[in-house]
Design a protein around this ligand. Structure first.
Ligand SMILES: [Zn+2]
Length: 235
């Protein structure tokens, strides 16, 4: 019986087995599958998951979302693969050349391939939506970034306390990854936007003020940290 080789995007499940060594697997079947599924969807994927603007998803010379400049970057989306070009940071050696949509997604978010693939699956509706944050008694939940939240919970001794949760690609966990651990400091609200901005960063007192400020000044990257302005470095 002839083996069926035709592929139908969205009709297959991309398998990520726990025993997979992705550093070896990248470039083989798994990468083919996810790239096949994502084909033609990169503008919406990169808009939603990498925070790229409409402008950054056009084939016009402009600043690079990764390394700045003035006109070194353009998004040409060749064959629907989300391809782009940056004459400063694109290419395999990141010294100038072309990159894929997957390259942009991984580099913009500092994600490894496994994480990026599972986010793309979720975005395309192939896998289940992100689970809700597993804290029942939270008085408030502050979204520091796509995958980092701080929940305010009642505390018998101090009145309130804060818990940090990180989304590891499959579930919310309490142990933060190294990328959020700045030396001698607390996680910053809105870290993704601060990293992306080339303009001013506005520091506010508390998450509520920060959210309000972000509404009024949409072009500014607003930030804060738990414990108030003076709490930085006291952790
Ligand atoms: Zn660049």
């Amino acid at each position: 019986m002839a083996r069926q080789t035709s592929k139908q995007p969205h009709h297959f499940q991309i398998s990520i087995r726990p025993d997979d060594d992705h550093s070896r697997n990248v470039g083989s079947v798994l990468m083919q599958d996810i790239n096949e599924a994502a084909k033609g969807h990169w503008p919406s994927i990169l808009g939603a998951l990498a925070g790229l603007s409409q402008q950054q998803l056009t084939d016009k010379h402009q600043p690079c979302p990764l390394c700045g400049g003035t006109d070194r970057y353009r998004f040409d989306d060749q064959d629907g693969n989300g391809s782009w070009f940056c004459n400063k940071c694109g290419g395999k050696t990141q010294s100038g050349g072309a990159g894929s949509g997957m390259d942009m997604l991984m580099r913009k978010n500092n994600w490894d391939f496994k994480r990026a693939a599972s986010e793309v699956e979720r975005q395309l509706g192939i896998s289940k939506p992100k689970p809700s944050i597993p804290i029942k008694n939270a008085e408030a939940i502050y979204h520091y970034s796509e995958d980092l939240v701080v929940a305010r919970v009642p505390d018998a001794k101090t009145g309130k306390s804060f818990r940090q949760l990180w989304f590891d690609g499959n579930k919310w966990v309490y142990k933060l990854p190294d990328k959020y651990k700045l030396p001698n400091s607390k996680p910053l609200f809105n870290l993704g936007k601060i990293r992306a901005t080339k303009g001013w960063v506005l520091v506010t007192e508390g998450e509520k003020a920060c959210e309000a400020a972000a509404k009024h000044f949409p072009t500014l990257a607003c930030t804060t940290w738990s414990g108030g302005c003076k709490g930085h470095g006291k952790n």
